[in-house]
Design a protein around this ligand. Structure first.
Ligand code: AMP
Ligand code: ZN
Length: 432
């Protein structure tokens, strides 16, 4: 049940002690990088002022722009010859950022991923199909190494090529998959095209869903279509990639591995810590990394700590599924809207298909939101009244959630383009 029982069930006192030692080491390591050396000097900071883990608050935050401005090697804290791997973020919000790893960093990351996969039941006998891009993106190689450590047979399928994915899955009797949630839904339409039913025609029993925000309803929908258990996998390249936080068999929040990451939740406006259990921006400090340690990195991801202990016995705290990013909040007619609110509502409505897109337009001084929604094919044959009824229902339901009335355009399955990577949920055509 446990990959590393002693660490996964570590007591609070022991964890704090371990974190403090690791934090002091991290500060000393970071000081060797161009960026932190100057920052610490200018602010009179060093490892000696860290007497408890809460002393982390004496240090400034690190943000994505700091990484961009010190491209390419400004954050590297070891001699370059000690680096063995580079990865980068997927660059959905501007220029990608790069992260470097030593051999030890890779070993620690690999172990974290093995811990995650083992936790939800993946074992040596499993056949693991990794449907994530291999390369700079961390979801491919990260999981690959973790699965190899467990000893599973890996099919490094990579992303895309849906028909081949299905064939591999069937021919080699895949039992575990790693997939982006929006792609899992897209793939289900290809199964349907091939007149196959994933529940009947595959042997997959576990899925890791990661890399993009998705609602509980979306998870349920995916589980329902495929007949497997789907577990939420969270990470970001700046903190290795996947393996930062992962759902356990309870499927109620993701354990964030506190032996590797120091967790803070702050108010994104004031940057002050929020009360326990309150929502805010996740801020992480790497505790194990040597190649490129990061201190108080603002993830921009919104979540909260779930209070209380998890029945699974693991003591690492749980974060709630990511609600969205502080930078994907839309402001329309003065109302704050997150794309996840739209997804949540849509997934509750019978007849809604597998993809949607929010389009923002500006006419004169008026901003409008149009939501394009794929719906079941049956609505497009015969009685158009049914289609109109569904459209009205969607408008009403969305209005109740986001407080403004969107335009809704219903389209046939697969008419919204779906790439191989993270889903694009918003197209903003407003010109300033
Ligand atoms: P990247 O560094 O390109 O891998 O992107 C990392 C970002 O993807 C995170 O900061 C999150 O915004 C998002 N992300 C990754 N995994 C999840 C997840 N399970 N749920 C929600 N968002 C996620
Ligand atoms: Zn648990």
């Amino acid at each position: 049940m446990y990959w590393e029982q002693e660490v996964e069930k570590i007591g609070q006192a022991k964890l704090k002690k371990m974190q403090l030692a690791a934090l002091q080491k991290t500060i000393r390591r970071a000081q060797k990088s161009f960026y932190y050396e100057k920052l610490f000097k200018d602010n009179k900071l060093n490892a000696k002022i860290v007497k408890s883990v809460s002393d982390i608050q004496k240090f400034p935050f690190t943000i994505k722009d700091d990484l961009r401005e010190h491209w390419p090697y400004g954050f590297v804290a070891v001699p370059k010859e000690k680096l063995v791997r580079m990865h980068s973020s997927s660059g959905t919000t501007g220029r990608a950022t790069v992260v470097f790893h030593t051999l030890r960093d890779i070993a620690v990351w690999t172990n974290l991923l093995a811990r995650c996969m083992y936790m939800v039941g993946m074992r040596q006998r499993d056949v693991f199909q990794n449907m994530m891009t291999y390369g700079l993106f961390t979801g491919g190689l990260g999981f690959h190494y973790g699965a190899e450590k467990i000893g599973a047979l890996i099919i490094p399928a990579g992303a895309g090529n849906s028909k081949r994915q299905i064939q591999l899955m069937r021919d080699f009797e895949t039992t575990v998959v790693h997939v982006i949630p929006s792609y899992a839904l897209h793939l289900s339409t290809v199964f349907a095209e091939l007149k196959l039913d994933p529940r009947r025609d595959t042997k997959v029993r576990i899925a890791f869903l990661g890399a993009e925000p998705h609602t509980e309803k979306m998870r349920k929908k995916i589980e329902e279509i495929y007949g497997y258990k789907a577990f939420n996998s969270y990470g970001l390249s700046e903190m290795n990639g996947p393996g930062v936080a992962f759902e356990c068999p309870e499927q109620n929040g993701m354990h964030i591995w506190e032996d590797s990451f120091l967790v803070e939740i702050v108010d994104p406006k004031t940057l002050q810590p929020v009360a326990d259990g309150e929502e805010g921006e996740l801020v992480l400090t790497s505790l194990q990394r040597e190649g490129m340690p990061l201190i108080r990195y603002r993830t921009k991801d919104l979540t909260r700590i779930i209070p209380g202990r998890c029945p699974c016995g693991r003591t690492h705290r749980r974060i709630e599924r990511i609600k969205g990013r502080t930078d994907d909040m839309l402001i329309l007619k003065g109302v704050n809207i997150y794309p996840m609110q739209v997804e949540k509502k849509l997934m509750e409505i019978e007849g809604v298909g597998t993809n949607f897109l929010i389009i923002l337009e500006r006419e004169g001084f008026n901003d409008d939101m149009m939501v394009k929604v794929e719906v079941d094919k049956k609505y497009f044959s015969g009685d158009m009244k049914q289609l109109e009824g569904l459209r009205r229902k969607i408008v009403e339901e969305l209005k109740s959630e986001i407080l403004i009335t969107p335009k809704v355009n219903l389209v046939e399955p697969d008419s919204i383009p779906k790439g191989e990577g993270k889903a694009v949920r918003v197209v903003d055509n407003r010109k300033d």
